[in-house]
Design a protein around this ligand. Sequence first.
Ligand SMILES: [Zn+2]
Length: 273
Amino acid sequence: MSWFTRKKQNIESSPKKDLPDDLWRKCSCGEILYNPELEAALNICHHCNFHFPIDSNKYLEIILDDEYKNLFSNISSVDMLNFKANKSYEEILDKVPNDKEAVDCFYGTIDGKKVVLCLMNFKYIGGSMGSAVGEKISKGINFASDKNCPLIILCQSGGARMQEGALSLMQLSKISTHLSRFSKQGGLYISILTFPTTGGVTASFGMQADITIAEPKALIGFAGQRVIKQTTNQDLPEHFQTSEFLLEKGFIDFVADRKELKQSLSNVMEVLI
Ligand SMILES: [Zn+2]
């Protein structure tokens, strides 16, 4: 039996309003952010300066001057191992647009200075490094070498692509070999670490640059914190695996705000080329 009984019958209620469900977003600092405002601010929380992930098209707008060329867009992933888990790799690949990969490479300019820019895309299979990613980045390195210009790789990745097994792991050494040759030829390589940069990408080209830049509060690490905690059986320090922590320990050169990223890259090239 209910505690209260409704005396008036047929009370009219106003029609239910349908609100779009993508108007608001909660930041890790606890603030609720209005999405249109957040997008206008390059997806940076104005309370705590957390940089939400953005896709490669947005980075392209932020970093390069207006004219650029898309490189190697015909290279895409193939299900070589006929891999099947909860979903088959083929099904996963079918959902990725034909001209898209977990990395896009461009040849353009920053304040008039020529550069090869490789932008990883977390939204395509977690930005994971498969054979196509390895091939595109390796070709990007060689292209920068041919054009005698700096190479910039923006990392945004969950690591190696498990659906490609050992073939994916081989990309670490393949890219590292090309980078080593590029470095011996005197090439300048700059890496930008964004939220998140983990696994095989951190263990290879993410950390092999001449200059390593990170966005504020980005998650950067190799293994997950839970695994490290269980393995070492120790409490982890505060801000572990963040840009600021890595800066303090000397793993990165500086932390740059997304709004100042282009200027920072331009300054580094001005000094080092
Ligand atoms: Zn925040």
